[in-house]
Design a protein around this ligand. Structure first.
Ligand SMILES: [Zn+2]
Length: 124
């Protein structure tokens, strides 16, 4: 009638050797919850296992704000970093084109970088 090791309570109660997943919540008394977790979840019905989470956009935003630590990796920030990187690549490509044009027309010597670096060092 009773499960293994369970000599008190009702016959359907889960015994100490029950193989299933237990609820992972800590009770207010301080010990772990003994109920079975809901199918596919880590909590029993009493501890939020039946919760579907935030559904409204307002609720989802509130949870996202509570979970955000510093916001450096938000979708918007990552998209902005991608845009900035693309602008940087375009600028560097245009500078290379301009350098090639100036070298081609003789406005710059081939060693213009070395000369510029030496001039900048002498100024200091
Ligand atoms: Zn529980």
């Amino acid at each position: 009638m009773f499960g293994k090791g369970n000599t008190v309570g009702k016959a359907w109660r889960f015994g100490q050797f029950w193989q299933g997943k237990r609820c992972g919540a800590k009770t207010r008394a301080g010990h772990p919850c003994k109920k079975a977790a809901m199918k596919g979840r880590d909590r029993c019905r009493n501890h939020g296992g039946a919760s579907t989470g935030p559904r409204t956009s307002k609720g989802r935003a509130r949870i996202a704000a509570a979970q955000t630590t510093h916001g450096r990796l938000t979708k918007e920030k990552r998209a902005a970093a991608k845009r900035n990187a693309a602008v940087g690549r375009q600028i560097r490509a245009e500078l290379l084109e301009i350098e090639a044009w100036a070298l081609d027309r003789g406005h710059l010597d081939k060693d213009w970088r070395d000369k510029l670096n030496k001039a900048l060092v002498l100024e200091d």
